[in-house]
Each structure stands twice: as structure tokens, then as C-alpha cells.
Design a protein around this ligand. Sequence first.
Ligand SMILES: [Zn+2]
Length: 325
Amino acid sequence: MEILEAYCEELGGVVEIYEAQEEYFAQPAANRHRFKFRCSDAACRAAKNPLVVGVNYDKNAEESDKYQQPHFKSHTNHPHIDTCVWVVSDAGKREENPSGNERDDVRHPRPKATNVVDVFEPRHSDTLLGAASADARPPAVVSNDAPQEDGGQAGIRAGTTTTSRLEKLIDCWSNMELDARRHHRITINGRTLTYHQLCLRIITISEEENGSRVVYGGARVRAWPEDKPTHYYVNFIDGCDRFPEVGGEKSLTISLPIKRLKQSRRGALLTDRIEQASQPNHYLKVYAWGDITARTGNKKGYELEVAALDNLVLKVVKKKPAERK
Ligand SMILES: [Zn+2]
């Protein structure tokens, strides 16, 4: 199982790697520095205070459609106490190959030896900058995102992993083989689907499935108005083919007010991804949890509304030169 939580010295608490990622990109672009992490286990920190390493959280573009999940790993020269949750979890961890490429963890069939997400609880509003962390919780609850009052330890025993971060769910989904997607289940708002059913391309989603699936596809982003932008428009390349035309179109757009991005914790990361995607030889893949509705006024086509920026994932993939043969 990947370790997804550690104590961050700069942030002053135990954080999930996805929170560290957002905070990393919230730093001014010219002056970003990696954080210093310690073991998430309080007893272990008190005894040995081992340094641990954050992997991939500071990464820019992905190299393939199989996204590299950010995670923590132990530091060779920094041992943990024997009872540390990291030591217990490490027993089931697959070996890291020499390239440092750390995928394929989902193939280990030990009970809850992976971070496969079982429950997705979409947020209903943005997490604003400066708000207390919604993810902060006492350390040692490593395999479970459920709130403590819900019994974090019980959650581990039951082997349930809950998250409100779509990005964690997408990283999990993208690293699953097709067979595993048919086999693993995910519960969202009380409804259970297979991972195979979870994500639908825009061209395949039906009106009946609207609002109950993750929609994804390639997209281009436009800042508007050009001279003094107030919005980014994320325009999907494909359309909602199974929906009726609106004003002669089936196009799908996500409107992101720049003010909204600036106010929310996830905004800096999304803005950074948008800027990266505009570089040559990069493309943007968008995953969103929300409702597709007909655009109003004189506008044509559809828009996808995301209630919280946590429900929007932008992945920038760098095209390999070989793909352009
Ligand atoms: Zn430890």
C-alpha cells in the first residue's frame, strides 16, 4: 500500500499528499520549494522523528495516460520504530523498481493492501484559502479518509477507503487494469458502481447517467476576454453526442471564473495545470464530477457545473516525440 499521509513541517500537521500538492502549487511559481516531511505516526515521530520523502506531488506534466500517483516513501537513512504504521504498511508494499517508477501497486491482493478508493463523497463547495484543513485528522489513520468520529480505526479494519478528492479517485482508476475495473466497486452518494462504469467519455454519457458518472475527455482552455481575462473556459474537444442539440450544438464547456480559482485552495494547482497545457506538445485531459446542463441565454451547447473544485481534475500529458511519427 502506498503511504498517502505524512507530517509536513512547513504546514505544521499531518497532511494527505494531495493537500501537499495543492499547497506546493500555491507557492509563487518562481520560488516553489519542496516540503520537508516526517513520519505520520505520532509515537514514531516522538521516538525517532524520521524524515520521509514526498514523491510526484511537485510534478508537472504526466508522461502517459497512466497517471503517477503522488505518495510518500520512507527514507533509507531514517528508520521508524517497529510499531510504526509505516512499518506495518511497508510489509505489504511491492518492491520499487530501479527506475523509480512506482506503479502497479493495485496488483497486490492482500486485504486492503492498496489505496483503492471504496467510497467517493463529492464536496458541495470549494475549500477556501485559509480555511482549516478538511483533511486534518489525528495521525496514524493512514488507509482511511473517513472522519475520526466515524471511527478511523474501525474503517481500517473494515478496509474502507473514503475520499472527497476526485484526483485521488482518478489516480486510482487510471492505474487499474481493465479486469480490475470490472471487479472493484465504488460507492458514490449511496449508489454503487464498478470502476468500469465510473468514468465515461463525453461522447458516451447519456442523459440518464448525467450527474452520476465522472465525465472525461480532452479539452482546450481559453482565457476570456483576451485582454483582461476574468474566466477560463475549458472546452471539451468532443461533444455530448447522446444529448439533444442546443442551438445546433452539443459542445461541452466548464466555466472557471478566475476569481473562484484565486479564492480556493485548489485554484493555484488548477491554474498551473491550465498554463502548462498551453505549452507546445502538451495536451489537457479533464475529469469532472458534476451536472451537464444546457447553456442559457443565447449560448449554444452545454456546460458542466462543478459544485466544488475538488470535483475537477486537470491532467496535463506531455506528448512523446514517438507519437508524432
Ligand atoms: Zn514511522
